[in-house]
Design a protein around this ligand. Sequence first.
Ligand code: HEC
Length: 468
Amino acid sequence: MIALDIALLLLRFAVLVAEAGLFGTLAVQWLDGRRIGQSLLITLFAALAVLLPAWLLVQAASMADTSGLADTLAAGWLVLQVSWVGHLAAGRVAMWLVAWLTWRRLGAAWAVWPAGVALALHAGAGHAMATGDAWLFVSVLAHVFAASAWIGGLPALWLALDAPGAAVLVARYTWLGLLCVIVVAVTATAQALALAGGVPGVLGTEYGHTILVKIGLLLLLLLLAARHRFVLAPRLPASLAALRRSVLLEIALGLGVMAAASLLASLPPGAHSQPNWPFPWRFSLDLMDDDALRREVVNAAQAMGGAGLLLLLAILARRIRWLAVVTAMAIAWFAIPHFDLLLLPTEPTFYWQSTTGYTAASIDAGRHAYVRNCMGCHGEGGQGDGPQAKGMRIPPADLTAPHLWDHPDGELYWWIAHGMPGPDGQPVMPGFSPALDDDTIWSLIDFLHSNNPNKPADGVPLGMHMHH
Ligand code: HEC
């Protein structure tokens, strides 16, 4: 099964590279008006003719869980006929066929259009379409077109650097490159936030981490594109050798971006998995309800503003430069620690969300688990008056108090699973993981909520008002 997943990932990557290469090379031919990269196009069309059906078969084998060749072929046929993935794939094959024929008969200026439709169909098979969010889909389309035109066009550009008159093409293409890379970076960030599940999803899931790698590579590519446009292109032909090397580096980074993109298409979007918050602190405005604490943070922010002005002064006024810099640093040294008030200690599961949907069945399962595991300390009604509570250093919490709603589900999950330390760091409540599984813990939380009479009017736990 793992071998199949890896094969699927590699094929997805190869198909992406071939499709982007085709679209980009056609775009360069169109812009240039000459026939640069003829044999590259023929190679890519031939590769795609093998890769697309191979990908479809492996995809079908993985969807239908088949092994033998005959079974897999049958599954592939079925996928083509009945599934959305299959219909989109069939449309893609047809469009690339049309692109090939138009290119042979009429040239690149015509063939880019069916190639573009094929790319759009590819984008339609991804995660963004599954969300049903129209803006997200438009952003993905812009992303795919810009990335393919620019990264996919690089090999053709590299070939064109040898041809006479390269300077004109380079001048045009480096502008296009810069424009594309900006579109790609902006749309990638928008998708990251939408599909990865916000900041916790970006920082706390495999999907989010892959997005971070991809955006990091894109930023490097942005630097390279700017270098080509503003440093190397104006100095042609003297800078030809440097430009060739730089374009090769850009191609290598571009392949890295496409590898990350293929991985993203295979992973479940971060918004669908529980994000593990990587830091022991999280940003929170909870303490800002307190006037004194809020004033402290505002003062620190004003001091930092003053330090910023001093730095500006240091740039403008030569004579007092060092005095200004040293004073600004001293102010920052004293001001920065006050921003601690914006950070609260946090458990890794803080942003986890319940998977139960708060059903009657779940509440009932929670009630049973409560009687068996918690009642001894927290008491029959949950007021913290169980038989074991007597003589405890720190009394068990009253689970019927309004305070319960100050804690989001992810925090309650952590305490029930991993226990609660007292003020001295010694555990006062034991952790119940792995004795209780995830589902049981979420059910327990449902029971605690149903058993607590102080439900907030809008049904949203109080603590969550601050974070959303
Ligand atoms: C050995 C006794 C003991 C058992 C058993 C126990 N708890 Fe606790 N629990 C405590 C103590 C003591 C505290 C208070 C800790 C503190 O205030 O620092 C507490 C606190 C809590 C809190 C935090 C409430 C809040 O608003 O701060 C929750 C939630 C909780 N327990 C749930 C449970 C659940 C669910 C179970 C059963 C799976 C359970 N406890 C079993 C002793 C226990």
